[in-house]
Design a protein around this ligand. Structure first.
Ligand code: AMP
Length: 176
């Protein structure tokens, strides 16, 4: 992506202070989604990065990871697999619980979502503390997938989420 286009995407991401709770600055990416050329640029960046890994499937994280992940899977002509918050998937699931700032959360994937040895690229909108992405990485491994790379639109570097991802390769288009 050209520096000018990158700047256009960065400028469209909106800071919403104190959402969903006091002290959190929420990075609102909906202005990127609602602008056709910007959405096209961002999906194009994800698709190019994912294609280089020759994935068999794209895995997207609930919920904004579905928007980019679905578009990228379509672009590459490969399957899409959702990682969902607990209780949403209807069939038998693997589940991984992880710590949040306050309390605990759990994410799930269908046990038959990946064939053993399938190469996977994992997509989400934003890397914060890395807890969610690390749980998704564990799910991919638990159902037999081989994770090639994790891609994010935004990385909040001051939260050191890459630490939670260990040696898993990860890239973000925009860093704060
Ligand atoms: P974490 O597990 O802390 O890396 O949080 C990542 C998930 O929470 C991602 O799915 C994000 O969509 C969401 N998230 C966390 N912090 C923010 C933030 N400051 N702005 C927007 N989304 C966030």
């Amino acid at each position: 992506m050209s520096p000018a286009d990158l700047q256009r995407v960065r400028a469209a991401i909106r800071d919403v202070p104190d959402f969903p709770k006091p002290g959190i600055v929420f990075k609102d990416i909906t202005p990127v989604l609602s602008d056709g050329p910007l959405f096209n640029l961002v999906v194009g960046w994800f698709a190019e990065a994912a294609r280089a890994q020759r994935p068999d499937k794209i895995v997207g994280i609930d919920a904004r990871g579905f928007i980019f992940g679905g578009a990228v899977a379509h672009e590459l002509g490969v399957g899409f697999v959702p990682v969902r918050k607990k209780g949403k998937l209807p069939f038998r699931c693997e589940a991984i619980a992880y710590a949040l700032e306050y309390g605990e959360a759990s994410v799930e994937m269908h046990v038959d979502a990946l064939h053993r040895g399938e190469r996977v690229v994992l997509i989400d909108d934003l890397l914060a503390t890395g807890g969610t992405a690390a749980a998704a990485v564990q799910l991919i491994k638990a159902v037999g997938g081989e994770l090639a790379e994790v891609l994010f639109l935004v990385e909040l570097t001051f939260l050191s989420g890459r630490g939670a991802l260990g040696s898993t390769p990860a890239r973000a288009l925009i860093e704060y």
